[in-house]
Design a binder for this molecule. Structure first.
Ligand SMILES: [Zn+2]
Length: 459
């Protein structure tokens, strides 16, 4: 018996250990791990000498090809592949009515899911979808069982913006999701407090970019996170907190860890690698919500990641052109930052090189935990029988980040000019090399839509 591929000579990193071993791959799956001599002969041998062999990164929070992000599936999944991301979870959106809505009429959530699923023909990596709830309607509740059956096992709500929902509606959704074991994910900022602060700053004429974070301070994020967490606990629902940016919000999640409630949360690369000095340095290009916070908040992200209160690092990737964000007051123009192509090297540099975290920690927060949290048992692991989604990572390679290298349609980078040590050299999705030394080497359409399972958070 022989297999298609063996990756040998490198150091495997799992969620619990690093080990000198080889990986055998056949028909898209990992079929063996161990001493190279103990594995079957292979048609192709990939030499990983001097490299780390990681499970592919699972990014559970990205925005692609929709009303907030100009990337196509081809550009976003190319950026992902170059960055070692082999699966991401995007959103199927429920059309709503409103002044800023790109839709003409409200429509069922299932239509948004179907529309996004057609992007599989452009995708290089695998993807799942969260159900994106953008209005308060009774029609949603009849859709939820069918959507879960179709592999949409998590649903996102906002507490801010014109498509935010009330706490009462949030409660109804969590109550329904709890019946199925599905996950509620929430963008948490207290909208009315933020709106009042925006109005005050506008009245003062505080239009400099450094004033932007004052319009969405940490306590507004903590207030809304606390509301969502209390609702989740009362309904028995699973709640995953999106883009935790500050100590105040992490402290909220910490209070729900030992009381039987099912509450998990992420932070994003930029909240671990950038601080609020960026608002002076890069102006409105750095406008994201929640805002990039203080240096103490950056430290807090690592403290709570270490303790497991925060268990995932995502990107919240959003592609926009610099021209749409710059040269206007901060209260105009789109939110969002693109980083999926550099998230692994940037977070590796911050966590492992600068702060001394281990490689298994890196694999837990970027690969294993997001996969387990969102019902992807074949992802985020190097266990035999799972998908051969694998990244070769050279821990000594240095690179200086520039938007000129962006595969995303976004034409700027908040990390422009930053030199990091450690870089992706190869990315395999289900056994096929999709990115090799900075080049895309597979054809669009290799990626698949993944129907996710109901996750077991007690496991
Ligand atoms: Zn987002």
């Amino acid at each position: 018996m022989s297999v298609e591929t063996v990756i040998a000579g490198g150091t495997l990193v799992t969620a619990t250990a690093t080990v000198e071993a080889a990986v055998a791959i056949d028909d898209g799956s990992i079929v063996g791990v161990g001493n190279e001599q103990s594995l079957p002969d292979a048609e192709r041998r990939i030499d990983a000498t001097g490299q780390l062999v990681l499970p592919g990164v699972v990014d559970p929070h990205v925005h692609v090809d929709d009303h907030v992000s100009i990337d196509s599936y081809q550009t976003a999944t190319s950026a992902a592949a170059l960055g070692g991301v082999t699966t991401f979870i995007d959103f199927g959106w429920q059309a709503y009515d409103g002044p800023e809505s790109p839709w003409d009429d409200p429509a069922p959530l299932a239509e948004g899911v179907e529309q996004k699923r057609t992007n599989a023909e452009e995708a290089l990596i695998d993807f799942g979808l969260h159900g994106g709830i953008l209005r308060e309607g009774d029609d949603l509740f009849a859709e939820i069982p069918d959507l879960i059956e179709a592999g949409i096992t998590s649903f996102k709500m906002y507490t801010a913006y014109e498509f935010g929902v009330s706490n009462g509606y949030l409660r109804r959704v969590f109550d329904t999701l709890a019946d199925h074991g599905a996950v509620g994910v929430v963008h948490t900022e207290d909208d009315s407090v933020c709106q009042s602060l925006i109005a005050d700053l506008q009245a003062e004429g505080a239009d400099d970019p450094e004033s932007y974070p004052q319009s969405r301070p940490p306590y507004t994020e903590a207030m809304a996170a606390d509301d969502a967490a209390r609702i989740a606990r009362e309904t028995g629902g699973k709640y995953y907190g999106f883009h935790t940016s500050c100590r105040d919000a992490a402290e909220v999640f910490d209070q729900f860890q030992d009381d039987g409630s099912q509450i998990r949360a992420e932070t994003c690369t930029h909240y671990t690698a950038l601080d609020d000095s960026i608002h002076a340095d890069r102006g409105t290009l750095a406008k994201i919500a929640p805002p990039i916070r203080s240096h103490d908040d950056v430290d807090a992200m690592f403290e709570y990641l270490e303790r497991g209160v925060l268990s995932v690092v995502s990107t919240d990737h959003v592609a926009q052109l610099a021209a749409s964000k710059e040269d206007r007051p901060w209260w105009e123009g789109p939110y969002g930052a693109n980083s999926i192509q550099v998230s692994l090297p940037v977070f590796h540099d911050e966590a492992v090189n600068e702060r001394g975290f281990s490689y298994p920690f890196l694999v837990r927060v970027m690969c294993a935990n997001p996969a387990a949290t969102f019902g992807l048992p074949n992802k985020g692991t190097l266990d035999p029988g799972t998908d051969a989604d694998i990244v070769l990572f050279d821990p000594e390679k240095t690179q200086t980040i520039t938007a000129e290298d962006n595969a995303s349609k976004a034409d700027y980078s908040l990390y422009e000019g930053r030199t990091v040590t450690g870089g992706v050299t190869k990315t395999l999705v289900r056994g096929e090399v999709v990115a090799d030394d900075g080049d895309i080497v597979a054809d669009p359409g290799h990626g698949r839509f993944i129907e996710r399972e109901i996750p077991d958070w007690d496991a």
